[in-house]
Design a protein around this ligand. Sequence first.
Ligand SMILES: [Zn+2]
Length: 152
Amino acid sequence: MSEFKVRDNELSELEVQTLIRAAIAARDKAYAPYSAFKVGAALLCSDGRVFSGCNVENAAYGAGICAERGAAMQAVAAGAQEFTAIAVAGWKDTNAERDRGLAYPCGICRQFLNEFSDGRMSVYVARSVTDYEKNDLSSLLLHGFGPRNLDL
Ligand SMILES: [Zn+2]
């Protein structure tokens, strides 16, 4: 039973905090020996399930992958293809909470998420469980290219 009641992509404050908490927990699993910049993501799907991911770096730097795409891969592999919201938490362990920036999804991840939301998902970028910014993906990826462009 999911603890999320998905309705019109609006989450309660408690649900947002639960999603951010899951992103922070995923961040703890990040493999970032090169940058030390650990990122976690928690992706809420329309069926109420949450999938998490963390950044995984690689000695061949370009082979690394972001937390957001890691979470999206988990979701799709489990049969969830309609994304509702994602929480992202990224900072170095040495950053005190007041020194943390906001780790917005990179361009590739914005495009990747758009495939399964048509821009209609919420993106919560957090410094902590209670300190975050909310955006719609469509505002982060203006005029995004998606399945509809291919008449799918
Ligand atoms: Zn990314």
